[in-house]
Ligand binder design. Structure first.
Ligand SMILES: Nc1ncnc2c1ncn2[C@@H]1O[C@H](COP(=O)(O)OP(=O)(O)OP(=O)(O)O)[C@@H](O)[C@H]1O
Length: 567
């Protein structure tokens, strides 16, 4: 096929010239994308050896229409893709940096997470782009233009199949672990100055810059990930591979496919949040590949970090690579069309999920007590939905940065904010219960959906009842994994159980101390799918009310047959 194309290169060029763009219907790139995901395409120039071997260009940015790429094939077929920003062969890496990466830097500097993926066929310019971007990032982070003092730590990990290696430490193996806060850690990875990837196209290279803020009131470290993905393979490449590499290729394609599902899933979660809806039942399969597992905090919908993501699709414009280029551009189109066109429900003062950053700041100013919590400190850029994802300790420590605000006031304000959210979810559950179930969710297991509005005003510990699910903090001596949220389903109060009864860990259910409030509960444990839970009714545990941290609303999803946490 290649020989045939090379023999007909002149004819191909003639057809491209004759291809009359004026006859093409006008095209408007009107895809709706998540504000947290930017997608772009970079078409590299033809290389000298490609030109001298007789190859010609077949992939072009559409002149007169931004965000559109055309591929023209010898068999008189053209393909059009709407792909977001397009960087043509004449655009230097500096332009890509300015438009795609530079906006992430202040974001990461403030303690958030930014990720750039470079995706594309082998030889399409991923490593060239990522390496150039790294140099520009290092320049901006070190030239003193970003405010405040920060310490930078760099690690570089190579993921090949199911193994991870540290490229800064003679390819020592690295374990991908989750710590007790549910964050992914790269155990054994060294942190040092940047050096170059060895350029292997059969593995994903992950460059991580951790931005540590030494200020005592600083929250979490900022994280910037640059990910040079393994080359997506075409049939042409696969044909050249020995059979032992086929398995490797399958693994790579599986991880790229999982990545696509995760990015689409995140866009749907963002979309639900932006429309004031909860993300119940939205499932993101980040545990299905090591790559997305390493990036858990980017893709875990129950995660607490604020994340922005950029995807750069790299294209080799040669007419020998059109089939790979079409696959890459289709992949990118799928990421962009992920965001369903939801009708924004608009601001509803009773629904924190519908609040923009401005609405949220007003609420903080008016409702956080006297002295008021500084809105710009508690919510520098978060929407209502995003602030709900912030862990309680961070919420409180942000409140405490405002002069005169006490721990009690901060805690009370946190409870008030959450109570408003729980109430708004409950009233929407009530509305839904009155109508036919929508989508996959047929059984709303919201543990308190029939509570009266009077009861709703009470703190959750004052309205505990069988069927309620709570997050709790188990004593260290219990052999329970701390990797996930510890959830328990209330079964009955200790007084309903005989004094001789023991729980699954051999502890008496009834306390000797009459003032201890205690309930017999069933453990709710993570399912095999990411973000899913199941009730182990036979694993019962005695839980003191003082160890209960919050009420958690679960929804049953008939498709996955698991419970999922309602955001
Ligand atoms: N924008 C560009 N301008 C000039 N040369 C480029 C550009 N992009 C890529 N190249 C050149 O193209 C070749 C292939 O690029 P690169 O190695 O970055 O591809 P890759 O997609 O990372 O491939 P692999 O998946 O095999 O690692 C290199 O010689 C590189 O220097």
């Amino acid at each position: 096929m290649e020989d045939f194309l090379l023999e007909n290169a002149a004819r191909h060029q003639h057809l491209v010239k004759a291809w009359n763009l004026k006859n093409k219907p006008p095209i408007k790139d009107d895809a709706v994308t998540s504000p947290n995901i930017t997608v772009a395409t970079r078409i590299r120039p033809m290389l000298e050896h490609e030109v001298s071997s007789g190859q010609v260009v077949a992939t072009f940015p559409r002149t007169g229409a931004s965000g559109v790429v055309d591929i023209h094939e010898l068999r008189r077929v053209s393909f059009t893709f709407k792909v977001g920003k397009v960087f043509g062969a004449d655009r230097p890496t500096e332009k890509v940096y300015e438009e795609l990466v530079q906006p992430l830097l202040p974001w990461v500097w403030e303690g958030n997470v930014g990720t750039l993926f470079a995706y594309g066929q082998t030889g399409s310019g991923k490593t060239y782009s990522v390496t150039g971007l790294e140099r520009l990032i290092a320049g901006s982070m070190l030239d003193g233009t970003l405010p405040g003092e920060r310490r930078l730590h760099v690690s570089i990990i190579e993921l090949a199949g199911n193994s991870a290696h540290d490229l800064l430490s003679s390819r020592q193996p690295v374990s991908v672990l989750e710590d007790s806060f549910g964050n992914t850690q790269l155990a054994g990875a060294q942190e040092a100055q940047v050096s170059e990837n060895d350029g292997s196209s059969r593995s994903h290279a992950i460059y991580r810059i951790r931005v540590e803020n030494p200020a005592p009131e600083a929250l979490e470290d900022g994280l910037l990930y640059l990910i040079d993905l393994a080359g997506s393979e075409t049939a042409r490449d696969i044909a050249l591979h020995a059979s032992e590499r086929m398995e490797e290729t399958r693994e790579i394609n599986k991880s790229l496919s999982t990545l696509k599902d995760c990015i689409r899933g995140m866009a749907n979660v963002d979309s639900a949040g932006a429309a004031g809806k909860d993300a119940k039942g939205l499932y993101i399969p980040f545990r299905h590949s090591k790559l997305t597992k390493v990036l858990k905090h980017v893709f875990d919908p129950t995660g607490t970090r604020q994340c922005r993501t950029a995807v750069l699709a790299c294209i080799n414009p040669s007419f020998l690579d059109t089939s790979a280029s079409k696959n890459t551009l289709r992949y990118i189109e799928m990421l962009r069309s992920a965001q369903p066109k939801t009708q924004s429900v608009g601001f509803n003062p009773a629904v924190p999920l519908s609040w923009s950053n401005k609405d949220l700041r007003n609420f903080i100013m008016l409702k956080s007590g006297n002295p008021s919590v500084l809105p710009a400190v508690l919510a520098p850029h978060e929407s209502g939905a995003q602030l709900l994802r912030l862990p309680a300790d961070q919420f409180i420590s942000r409140c405490l940065q405002s002069d005169g605000v006490t721990v009690e006031q901060a805690k009370a304000f946190h409870t008030k904010f959450w109570q408003l959210h729980v109430d708004s979810q409950r009233s929407s559950a009530k509305r839904n219960n009155g109508s036919a179930p929508s989508g996959n969710i047929v059984n709303s297991a919201s543990s308190t959906s029939r509570d009266s509005s009077e009861r709703n005003k009470l703190h959750f510990t004052e309205r505990i009842r069988p069927g309620m699910v709570v997050r709790w903090n188990p004593p260290a001596e219990l052999p329970l994994s701390k990797n996930e949220q510890n959830l328990a389903l209330i079964l009955c109060p200790q007084t309903a159980v005989g004094t001789e009864v023991q729980d699954a860990f051999g502890n008496p259910v009834c306390s000797d101390n009459p003032s201890t409030q205690r309930y017999l509960c069933a453990l709710v444990v993570p399912g095999t799918l990411g973000d899913s839970y199941e009730v182990h009714i036979w694993r019962q545990v005695a839980v003191d009310v003082e160890k209960m941290e919050a009420e958690v609303l679960l929804e049953y999803n008939v498709t996955t047959r698991y419970y999922h946490i309602t955001v």
